[in-house]
Every structure is written in structure tokens, then in C-alpha cells.
Design a protein around this ligand. Structure first.
Ligand code: NAD
Length: 284
């Protein structure tokens, strides 16, 4: 039977820490971090993520500004807004909510954000820095997963970590972070042969594919730590993860719930990155 990894609780602790540090800095210097967000189009999930980011930024004492553009916005429009934020010394962090409409070159947009303000950690320079072990702004979801493992004192060094999914925002960066912590890492994906034979070897299993209840109990070793990154909405409107949680719960040592597991950590780490970026720009 698993212990539940309570991301909601851990994220609250992190946000409280950020709130206190922000208040102390404001009292001492009169300055505070500012998060600038650009959203293009009306995707309901993206709008809801942006609302949460704004709400939590305000709650920890940051300023924030959101630019909302229609989905007919041109690449030049978006780049011009990024440039304005890049030049504005009051802006500590810039986030462009993904995905962008098909006619926009996502990589070009990400690469235009000033590296020191890239609080999502997606800029190619930061991706490179992460892979060679530099102190970068780490992508928020993978950084949140590592915080959860630390909080629950889950050993990583020497363990076999299996990652399902090789996206740039979760799969690849979590593999880099686990490798840095001396795990033996296997990355699997949609073309992986004999997937269950590999997942059954995992001490730590990270599932980030976007397929409801994909990981079933027979794919999990007894006593494994299972981190469910997936966010999927059923036809009935319920949020479910990539893990068949009822079955896996009986077998794993630890399991993250959906909702309330990795999701809240992503926003907490975005705020942590914004504070880190602010301190580097203001005091380094
Ligand atoms: P993605 O959608 O970009 O890519 C999916 C990955 O899954 C690919 O690498 C693909 O190879 C792999 N995959 C697909 N089918 C597979 C299969 N049958 N077997 C093995 N691998 C398979 O991935 P993403 O953007 O990392 O998103 C994955 C999931 O995580 C989604 O549900 C997304 O909503 C969720 N997500 C959650 C958070 C959070 O904060 N909790 C953050 C980011 C993404």
C-alpha cells in the first residue's frame, strides 16, 4: 500500500517560504519580483493555468502583468512584447504560456526571452546548462518532482529511475536532474519496445505521457516510487493522471495523486524561479 505524496502540502510550505523571503527583501530594499506572462488565444486550460499563476504570484507578494493576445496574433507581435519585457528592469521573469497557435514558431519565441528572465527554463542556453550541471533556472515540473523526492526523504542515488515520456518540458529535464542526483536513468517513449519489462525494473518511475490510467499495476515493481505527471480530463470532466491509481496504490511504496501531486509543485517552482531570477538580477 502506497504512501501518498502530498504535493499540495509541500507546495504550500514552499510558497510560504517564498512569501516570507519576498516580504523581507521588500522591507530591506523596497524591491519585489515581477512575473510577466504572455498568453495567446483562448484555450480554457491555458487560461486557467495563467489565472492560477497570477493568483499565486500575488499571494506570495510578487507583482505580475499579463498580456493576452488573440490567436490571430503574429509572431512579430509576440516577439515585440517579449522584447519590451526583456528591456524592462522591473520585470524579473517572463513566461509565454504554451502551447502557442500552430502558425507561431515556439522555439523562436522561447529563444527570444532573455536567458536570465526565462523562469520556465526552456531557453536553449538553459537546457544546455542543465545538462552540463550549471546552476540554471530549472524547468518547473521536473524541479517540483525533485523537491517532492527530497521532502519525503526518498533516496535517489544508485536507484534505477525510469522516465516514461521524452518531452522537452518534463521527460528530458527530469532525466537530467535524476542523473545529476546519481540515479541510473532510463528514458522510454512511444517507440520503446517491451515497455513493461523496463518499467518493472524501476525503483523510481516517472510517468509523463498524457494517457489516462496508462500505467497499470502489472507494470510496477512492488515498493516502487511512482510519480504521476499526467493531467487528463475524462469525458465526465474528472481530472485523472497517467497512472491507474487504484491498482498501483496497492503495489507502490509512494504515489503522487492527481490532482494534488505534481501539479501544485509546478506553480510553486515557477515562483521559486521568479524569486531566484529577481535576486540574480537585483543583487548578483
Ligand atoms: P508530450 O505530450 O509532449 O509528449 C508525450 C510523451 O509521451 C512523448 O515523449 C511520447 O513519446 C510519450 N508517449 C506517448 N504515448 C506513449 C506510450 N504509449 N508509451 C510510452 N510513451 C508514450 O508530454 P508532456 O508535455 O510532458 O505532457 C505529458 C503529460 O504531463 C500530459 O498529460 C500533460 O498534461 C502533463 N503535464 C503535467 C504538468 C504538471 O504540472 N503536472 C506539467 C507538464 C505536463
Amino acid at each position: 500500500m502506497s504512501k501518498v505524496i502530498d504535493g499540495k502540502h509541500v507546495s504550500t510550505i514552499i510558497r510560504e517560504r517564498i512569501k516570507k523571503e519576498t516580504a523581507d527583501i521588500l522591507a530591506n530594499t523596497g524591491k519585489k519580483p515581477m512575473l510577466a506572462v504572455i498568453i495567446v488565444g483562448e484555450d480554457p486550460a491555458s487560461l486557467s493555468y495563467v489565472r492560477s499563476k497570477k493568483k499565486f504570484a500575488a499571494e506570495v507578494g510578487f507583482d505580475s502583468e499579463t498580456i493576452q493576445l488573440p490567436d490571430t496574433a503574429t509572431e512579430a507581435d509576440i516577439l515585440a512584447h517579449i522584447d519590451t519585457f526583456n528591456q524592462n528592469p522591473a520585470v524579473s521573469g517572463i513566461l509565454v504560456q504554451l502551447p502557442l497557435p500552430k502558425h507561431i514558431d515556439e522555439q523562436k519565441v522561447i529563444s527570444t526571452i532573455a536567458v536570465e528572465k526565462d523562469v520556465d527554463g526552456f531557453h536553449p542556453e538553459q537546457v544546455g546548462g542543465l545538462s552540463i550541471g550549471l546552476n540554471t533556472l530549472e524547468p518547473c515540473t521536473p524541479a517540483g518532482i525533485i523537491e517532492l523526492l527530497h521532502h519525503y526523504d526518498i533516496p535517489v542515488s544508485g536507484k534505477h529511475a525510469v522516465v516514461i515520456g521524452r518531452s522537452n518540458i518534463v521527460g528530458k529535464p527530469i532525466a537530467s536532474l535524476l542523473l545529476r542526483l546519481n540515479a541510473t536513468v532510463t528514458i522510454t517513449h512511444s517507440r520503446t519496445a517491451h515497455l513493461a519489462d523496463i518499467t518493472r525494473q524501476a525503483d523510481i518511475l516517472i510517468v509523463a505521457i498524457g494517457k489516462p490510467h496508462f500505467l497499470t499495476a502489472d507494470m510496477v515493481k512492488t515498493g516502487a516510487v511512482v510519480i504521476d505527471v499526467g493531467i487528463n480530463r475524462t469525458e465526465g470532466g474528472k481530472l485523472v493522471g497517467d497512472v491507474d491509481d487504484e491498482g498501483v496504490f496497492e503495489k507502490a511504496a509512494y504515489l503522487t495523486p492527481v490532482p494534488g501531486g505534481v501539479g501544485p509543485m509546478t506553480i510553486a517552482m515557477l515562483l521559486a524561479n521568479t524569486l531566484k531570477a529577481f535576486k540574480r538580477q537585483s543583487f548578483a
